[in-house]
Structures are given as structure tokens and as C-alpha cells.
Write a new protein. Sequence first.
Lengths: 200, 200
Amino acid sequence: MADQNGLEALSMRKLAGALNATAMSIYNHVKGKEELHTLMLDHVINEFEHPDIDGEWKTMLKRRAISVYAALKRHKWALTLMLTKSAPTSATLRDTDRVVGCLRNAGFSFKQVDWAHNAIESHIYGYTIQELNFPVEPDEYQSAAQHFLPHISLKEFPHAHASAKAVADGDYHGMTDFEFGLDLLIESIAAWQAKNQQAE
Amino acid sequence: MADQNGLEALSMRKLAGALNATAMSIYNHVKGKEELHTLMLDHVINEFEHPDIDGEWKTMLKRRAISVYAALKRHKWALTLMLTKSAPTSATLRDTDRVVGCLRNAGFSFKQVDWAHNAIESHIYGYTIQELNFPVEPDEYQSAAQHFLPHISLKEFPHAHASAKAVADGDYHGMTDFEFGLDLLIESIAAWQAKNQQAE
DNA sequence: ACCTGAACACCGTTCAAGT
DNA sequence: ACCTGAACACCGTTCAAGT
């Protein structure tokens, strides 16, 4: 599996070449490119750390979230594949089953489980999408800001300019933190769930 | 712009055909497919509602978030294009400038702006990615759950099964809410910012 | 059951030639 | 300045033929 050269580099013909075979022989093992993609995505999902159903839900879901985030960064094509509508596979089912189980055991209603799970998944996917899209490596923020600053019109975009200047001047690093939003969410979900415990 | 047939349906040749021209004539207006994608994405970003810099930041950022969410749903290919690393254009700059300005005026430090902005963007993108990937339309949740229930092994995935059963039985709808996670985030960001006002 | 070559209907892009 | 046809180097997939 070539996740070092990007998704578009993985053609049936090249994949076959890497396997010392012809492109057509692949069709004996897989129905088509779509099934190949599903199998690849399943491989990623199986790398997610399953929450221990009887563990404390906050720490369990936080650990899982961090492992999902790491897996999505290891396989940069995964989120792209997620954007093609697809029926849930057993890998997805296993993952959601553990998440649902963990929250159910913590006293969440079905609706509360869904809403909490969805909000946490949102943060994971959305944070990763931003990081994958960001054109600068973390250790080059300052030099990149210095380089880009002249291209950010002070008159048109004064606040973006000021922000970039702060990074260029070394006033602060400019790096964001995956666990910041995650912790905010988990804590506010906990408060929300406690407040609505009998309401649902 | 054909955003009804999906991104892969938009080939240079077909686009040219729709414009009553040959594929090669496009290259007189655009450098290549990559630039076309950048222009398309810019078009989407320009649909984002700019926060009023002097408005109350919570309501401003909430309104913007909802408009971004709507734009991303209108153009389902936008998130896919976002997943290809790209330098920021003036459309992105204008959008971030307004967001930064709004939060700066509310007393946020540069770091607080970045962290808050990033967390909110995460929710928007991540929520949308899940919704776009979800194979069932909202008004078909119950019938879909009834249909899928037998395929979710009670022994292997007891909690996922129970959750699907609740939807199939009509105990609850199963729909999630974009504004749920958004509100949790905005409120906890407000509390976090107030607490760290002088620390930063 | 597995692999193969030839073929089909597509791609994005270059390039020399036209107006 | 804009458009064009022909060509190049690719795609995914089908199909009939081989072992």
C-alpha cells in the first residue's frame, strides 16, 4: 500500500506493477477500485483504539480520539475516501459499537450517545482536515510567516496581517492543539449530559 | 459549474463540451485543472458570511459557522478540494481576516484567536464530512434502521444493534444537530477565554 | 481458480498550426 | 489573443482466451 505517494498515485496498473502482476489480475481478488478503497479505509479504521466499554468514558473517548487522529494522519488519503458515500462495514460497526457501549454504560441515553459521538467525531475529522490542508510544517511557522507577511495586504486584511506579524516576530508560535478543542468538547458534553440525565 | 453530478464528472473535456468549445481552449483561461479547482473553492469561500467585526463575537461566529456549513453542503466537492494542500488565496484571507478581527475586538489574544477559530472550523468541517458520508437521508432513518438491523450482529455488536433498534422502533429519530456541538464549543470557548484573559 | 493481452472508452496536457 | 486537431502518456474496466 503506497500511502507515501498519495491516493492518485495508486492506479490499478501501478498497484499491479508493484505486485509483479498485470492490472487485470487484480480483478480476480477485488471487484473494482471502489472495493479496493473500502478495504483500504477498513484497514485504517481497524487501527482505531477501541474504548474499553467499562472504563471511564472521558478518558476512553479521549484516548480513542487521539488514536483516530494519529491514524488519519498516517494515512492522509483516508479522509478523502470518507467523503465518498459508503455503507458501513464491520470495521465501522465494531468501532461505533464500542463507543456506544462505553457511553451507554456511563448512563447516556441513545440520543445523548449519538449527539456526543457525532460532536467528538466532528472535532477529529475537522481538525485533521485543517492540518492536512495546511501548507506549512510546524517548525517553519515563523519563517513562513515572515515570507508571507508582505503578501498579506495591511489595508485589505489588517487583522490577518497583524496575526501573521505576531508569528513572524516570534511573539507566539501559531501552532494549534488537537486536544484543546477535544477537551473543551468532552467537558461540556459531560456537563450537558449530567444536566439532562433524567430529562431524556 | 456542475456540482450536481459530482467532482469526477467534471472533466476538462466535458466542461468544454458544456461550454460549446474544445477541451484545449480552456487552457487559454486557466493554467490547468489545479487552478480550476482553486477557483471553484474560492467561489465557495466567497459564499461564507463574513462576521461583522464589531458585532458580538458569539452570534457573529455562530452565524458564519451556519453559513459555511450550508455552503459546504451546497457544494459537496468543496471539502474534497480542501484536502489537497494549497496556499491561501485572497478569499481565504478575507474570511480569516474578519474572523480574527471579530475575536480580537472581543479581547482575544492572537493565540486565543487561533485556538478558538481552529476549534470552530474543526466542528464545521468534521460535522459536514460525516453528514456527506452518511448513506441515509434524514427522512429515511427509521426505515433504513429497520432494513439494516438484521445485518448488525446482536452478539458481535450488541450496543450498535440496540441503538439501531431504538431508531427502528421509533423511540427516537437518530438525527444529529449541527448547532449542538457548535453551541457547546462557543460557550466553552467563552468560558476559557474569560478565565485566561490576563494570563495570555 | 487464477492470470493474460488486446481492446474500449475515457482522462489531463503539450504542441504546432491556424484565425 | 484565442481556438483547434492531432498526439502523448496515462486511466478503469470488459472480454475472450489461455493455464
